[in-house]
Design a protein around this ligand. Structure first.
Ligand code: BTN
Length: 173
């Protein structure tokens, strides 16, 4: 499952990033893979998948959207989003485990958890890093990062629908 998850994140990186003129961070699909890792595999295996993926990128494999890789890319303007990705499966996985101790969480609760950590946390931390790495002020980077929220919210919805179906098919929970 961890290997499959790494493969899914790699495949999502084959969709080229869409550049935005006002912030040096593209619109990508790979962050949806990171959300799915936490939702489907939980905190341990989900984190393992994202760590492995990022180690491959750090080693120079061109696995980030647009065929980018290497440490220099990872500590560039998009570095804060990537650092946040490392924590997403842990935060989503632990929260989902917490609310599903007695029964399966309903989709609204599940979506809120994914949105909080997979969208709000990532876009917030990413924006703070952008302002440290570029000439943008904190307010400029935070307001620019808001433009990711609608698309990332759609990705969160898709991930929840997909994972809930997959869990049923794979008899999870
Ligand atoms: C990279 O490829 O260097 C990382 C790109 C990070 C893009 C972030 S993830 C959250 C937000 N939503 C997007 O679609 N893009 C940014």
């Amino acid at each position: 499952m961890v290997a499959t998850m790494i493969a899914i994140i790699i495949v999502l990186g084959m969709f080229p990033g869409i550049p935005l003129g006002f912030i040096p961070v593209p619109i990508v699909l790979q962050n949806m893979g990171v959300m799915i890792a936490g939702e489907l595999l939980g905190p341990k295996q989900g984190s393992l998948a994202v760590w492995f993926f990022l180690i491959l990128v750090a080693l120079g494999l061109p696995l980030l959207s647009g065929g980018r890789g290497g440490i220099a890319t990872m500590i560039g303007p998009t570095g804060g989003y990537i650092v946040a990705w490392v924590l997403v499966p842990l935060l989503i996985g632990i929260s989902l485990k917490g609310v599903s101790r007695h029964r399966r969480p309903n989709w609204v609760i599940e979506f809120l958890i994914v949105w909080l950590f997979g969208v709000l946390f990532v876009d917030g931390l990413g924006a703070v890093w952008v302002s440290a790495q570029s000439h943008m002020t904190m307010v400029e980077s935070l307001t620019s990062s808001l433009s990711f929220i609608p698309g990332d919210t759609i990705k969160a919805v898709i991930s929840v629908i997909l994972v809930r179906r997959l869990r049923r098919a794979l008899s999870y929970f």
